[in-house]
Design a protein around this ligand. Structure first.
Ligand SMILES: Cc1cc2nc3c(=O)[nH]c(=O)nc-3n(C[C@H](O)[C@H](O)[C@H](O)COP(=O)(O)O)c2cc1C
Length: 191
């Protein structure tokens, strides 16, 4: 898919098929993260892929889904992601990591995933202490985010909205995500 259309099409997905994601696809996704822009090219980010069932089952309870949907956005039994990418900051590589690197790298992950037909949810509301323990993550790594991945079992679409920011479910249970209209954010030569 052409990049512009891919960017327009990308939406957060929180319900997944149980089908596994092949390791070579996961490698390509991390490759796209590795090559993201990096302030001073410090490249302090690393990625822990978790797809072993006994681990994904332990990770799941430590993630918070779709705060605005009050429980209705949490994947139900059989809809859980089949893979997690744990986004790690290697503190040996930078004492003062520029978090804009995380944004660039995670967006590459989301778009590369979509190009392989996968849905994804970037999660910041995570229990880092519990994840560190379950996944045996040494203290010189800081856990930044988790990206949940899998083949999608949900659709989501955008509506233009000046005021509303809360995503919601329509009458068919599909996600609707308000986004500020282009004319409101596009400033040309002056504000
Ligand atoms: C830094 C960051 C943290 C996020 N954390 C969560 C989270 O903890 N749980 C969740 O369900 N979604 C999370 N999201 C997804 C947002 O809710 C989602 O991007 C937003 O509602 C807009 O929807 P869209 O991605 O389809 O454009 C996060 C997104 C970002 C960028």
């Amino acid at each position: 898919m052409e990049l512009y259309n891919l960017i327009l099409k990308r939406r957060t997905i929180r319900k997944f098929q149980s089908r596994k994601v092949k390791k070579d696809i996961l490698k390509k996704i991390v490759n796209s993260a590795r090559l993201a822009p990096s302030a001073a090219n410090l490249q302090f980010l690393e990625y822990l892929i978790v797809d072993r069932k006994e681990l994904t089952q332990q990770v799941f309870p430590h993630l918070s889904w779709a705060g605005y949907l009050k429980g209705r956005g949490t994947p139900q039994k059989g809809e859980e992601p089949s893979v997690y990418i744990i986004v790690l900051i290697n503190k040996k590589r930078s004492k003062n990591p520029d978090l804009r690197d995380v944004g660039a790298s995670c967006e590459n992950i989301l778009l590369a995933s979509l190009s392989f037909g996968l849905g994804a949810c970037w999660l910041g509301a995570i229990n880092k202490k519990a994840l560190r323990k379950i996944l045996n993550i040494p203290s010189f790594y800081e856990i930044d985010s988790v990206i949940a991945l899998g083949y999608p079992a949900q659709t989501s679409r955008v509506v233009d909205s000046t005021r509303d920011i809360k995503y919601y479910l329509d009458s068919q249970g599909n996600l609707v995500v308000p986004k500020r209209p282009l004319k409101e954010v596009f400033h040309y030569n002056s504000l």
